[in-house]
Design a protein around this ligand. Structure first.
Ligand SMILES: Cc1ncc(C[n+]2csc(CCOP(=O)(O)OP(=O)(O)O)c2C)c(N)n1
Length: 349
């Protein structure tokens, strides 16, 4: 994808990347509209979060997902409800798309009792076991070995489920990631490692911190095959994920999928943005926006007209407004909740 080269010129790699997801057959009309609605939900939700943060209604760290919507939606559509998902602190979109109610995500952000983690986790700690959503983790890369543990349990139980482990390209330099690759491959764990390569780790562009920017190759020493995917195109993400799942389901162990994407907003809400130009961001927005791209596809294939798409936007905005209202009116957690949900209650379990 040309966009991915705006921040970094990829160095020549040992062999050509598996560009899985290219030339994929078009998906059904209904699915295209479903992609659209869900990507728009993440976009509008995050825009609202940005506003509410500015108004002082949300405290602590807060990392928006705007620009990366095609990744989470394409992947979630390919996996099943019993599969597990674990990710970093940039987790609002993942929680929403896994099926957590927008109200519960927003109320978590405002620290209210109606939040998905009862208002005690905040932006970085969305967690919903019922939906197989294992968070939301603030320590860079920590979710990678944790995810392998979930996959180990899946294999041990023989339930046939798969764990999707998301991490950033910044996290991809960490030792714990490679220790996990080793064990996951050795034990043939049912894992898809998803690197969301949004080009920047806080203020560090990928080329400044990486010896070898084609991250899809980073599992090869461990026998983990890699795929490189245009993460701004939801159809390609969906097709590549299905292929990755086939590999894992066949019992061949993990696979690594590099999703080439882009973060439009700052790393978190306080970001001086001195590490890239406004023109760079504008160019990606103008030429590679995943939602604009999908809208054009929908129009070109005659799946829906402008009015129908506007109606979807209206419905999404209204769900987000309702979530924002709930997040401001839900009560704060009771003080008696201070010491609960810290350790597993083995007596009750
Ligand atoms: C172990 C650890 N080191 C450093 C930090 C500070 N930190 C938070 S986010 C971040 C950048 C991570 O970038 P990346 O993995 O690319 O994910 P992205 O934020 O782009 O989604 C850093 C260094 C941290 N939270 N944990």
């Amino acid at each position: 994808m040309p966009m991915a080269r705006t921040a970094a010129k990829a160095k020549t790699s040992r062999k050509a990347a598996d560009k899985s997801g290219e030339n994929v057959p078009p998906v059904a009309d209904d699915l295209l509209l479903d992609f659209y609605r869900r990507m728009l939900l993440v976009r509008r939700f995050e825009e609202k979060v940005g506003q509410m943060y500015g108004m002082g209604l949300i405290g602590g760290f807060c990392h928006l997902y705007i620009g990366q919507e095609a990744v989470v939606v394409g992947i979630d559509t390919a996996i099943g409800p019993e599969d597990a998902v674990i990710t970093s602190y940039r987790c609002h979109g993942h929680a929403l798309i896994r099926g957590v109610e927008p109200k519960a995500v927003m109320a978590e952000l405002t620290g209210r009792a109606g939040g998905v983690s009862q208002g005690k986790g905040g932006s970085m700690h969305m967690f919903d076991l019922e939906r197989g959503f294992y968070g939301g983790h603030g320590i860079v890369g920590a979710q990678v070995p944790l995810g392998a543990g979930i996959a180990f349990a899946q294999k041990y139980r023989g339930d046939g489920n798969i764990t999707m482990i998301f991490f950033g390209e910044g996290a991809a330099n960490q030792g714990q990631v490679y220790e996990t690759f080793n064990m996951a491959s050795l034990w043939k764990l049912p894992v898809v490692f998803v690197v969301e390569n949004n080009q920047y780790a806080m203020g560090t562009a990928i080329a400044r911190a990486k010896a070898g920017t084609e991250l899809c190759h980073r599992g090869e020493a461990f026998g983990i095959p890699g795929m490189q995917v245009d993460g701004m195109d939801v159809e390609k993400v969906y097709a590549a994920t299905r292929k990755a799942l086939d590999h894992v389901r066949s019992g061949d162990g993990p696979i690594l999928v590099e999703m080439q994407t882009y973060r439009y907003r700052g790393h978190s809400m306080s970001d001086p943005a001195k590490y890239r130009s406004k023109d760079e961001v504008q160019k990606v927005r103008a030429e590679h926006d995943p939602i604009d791209h999908l809208r054009e596809t929908i129009a070109r294939r005659g799946v829906a007209d402008d009015d129908q798409l506007k109606q979807i936007d209206k419905e999404v905005k209204s769900a987000v407004a309702e979530a924002a209202e709930f997040a401001q009116t839900s009560p704060e957690p009771d003080l008696g909740e201070l010491m609960t949900d810290i350790y597993v209650d083995h007596a009750a379990a």
